[in-house]
Design a protein. Structure first.
Length: 335
């Protein structure tokens, strides 16, 4: 991520004149002189992810990863997997003393495979490759995972969408007209209890970042800027997107895709959620979310502070298309 401060004719600099840009490569090089240097941002090729057959763990499966700077961005669909670990705490079903994001039989991995396959095919049909980022497989689980997330803004900025798989054991139906998907999506592991996705502090901060970190927009950079080439490349990427992804990206928004057992059972595409902004920030405050490690709350507070230049107000609401069951499945923001 690059921040440009515009100097006015009188020499002053105003915080409101902040410009956000994405360069390619996005990640600044690490140097030995920088005590806060972080490892490169890593993604996993989706084909390698599928072939592995389960969630890969870093560093054991580090050979599956590709540094972001080596990904051909103009031909690649980049997906950030935001999820709640199913065996992440003592007392979780199947917990064996070592935290793991999936069930013992890998049901959430299969949701990721099926849901991202559909998203890749239907939302990014002109892209030739797909890459995924997930915490378990892309940051060092034997090191300082929370510390690596200091660069969460750069990870999210590089991603075209975030994707959340929700394992569910019950059969239920959405109402024909959805007024609040956050409250009306009834899967227990989405909505109910301290270990449900919507109630987890880390999940909330990822949702907030995805909704707040802006996409590169063609009007942000002066035509004489050295970043103009990157801007044009990003605008060209929009032509490779379709349907809801194209709609949101064209309007500067990064969609959040939700794909659970309910969608798999009904053979429907991932749901596109409204972004977590305005009153959602209050109702789903990351600082009030549940955590497995209480000291992580300070890491989350620091991450939220980094968002201050980006936070903007939007009017909330929905408009969209309905599927064959009559349920709204393509949700747009009314702004």
């Amino acid at each position: 991520m690059t921040f440009l401060l515009v100097k006015r004719s009188d020499g002053s600099i105003n915080r409101g004149d902040l410009i956000f840009a994405i360069t390619n490569p996005i990640v600044p090089p690490n140097t030995s002189n920088n005590v806060d240097s972080l490892p490169p941002i890593r993604f996993i090729n989706f084909n390698k992810f599928k072939d592995h057959g389960s969630f890969p763990r870093y560093p054991e499966q580090k050979d599956l990863t590709t540094n972001l700077e080596n990904i051909l961005r103009e031909k690649s669909f980049l997906v950030f997997i935001s999820h709640c670990w199913l065996r992440g705490w003592d007392g979780a079903e199947g917990y064996d003393g070592r935290p793991h994001p999936d069930t013992a039989d890998g049901v959430k991995f299969q949701l990721c495979v099926k849901g991202i396959e559909r998203a890749f095919k239907n939302l990014a049909p002109a892209m030739t490759e797909c890459f995924v980022w997930l915490d378990f497989g892309c940051i060092d689980q034997n090191g300082n995972p929370a510390g690596e997330l200091k660069q969460l803004d750069q990870i999210v900025a590089s991603s075209d969408c975030i994707f959340t798989p929700i394992h569910d054991t019950e059969v239920w139906e959405l109402p024909r007209v959805v007024k609040d998907m956050y409250a009306e999506y009834k899967a227990k592991l989405w909505l109910n209890g301290p270990h449900a996705y919507i109630n987890r502090g880390w999940c909330r901060v990822e949702m907030m970042y995805a909704a707040t970190i802006p996409l590169l927009h063609g009007d942000q950079i002066d035509e004489n800027s050295s970043y103009n080439k990157s801007v044009l490349a990003e605008k060209q990427r929009l032509l490779n997107f379709a349907a809801g992804l194209h709609f949101h990206a064209s309007n500067g928004r990064r969609p959040h895709l939700l794909f659970g057992t309910n969608e798999l059972r009904r053979n429907t595409d991932p749901i596109i959620l409204p972004p977590l902004q305005n009153s959602y920030f209050t109702h789903y405050n990351p600082l009030e979310g549940s955590l497995s490690v209480e000291s992580d709350r300070q890491h989350i507070a620091t991450l939220i502070e980094k968002l201050e230049p980006y936070i903007k107000k939007q009017q909330e609401g929905y408009k969209g298309q309905t599927n064959s069951h009559g349920t709204i499945v393509l949700l747009h923001i009314v702004s």
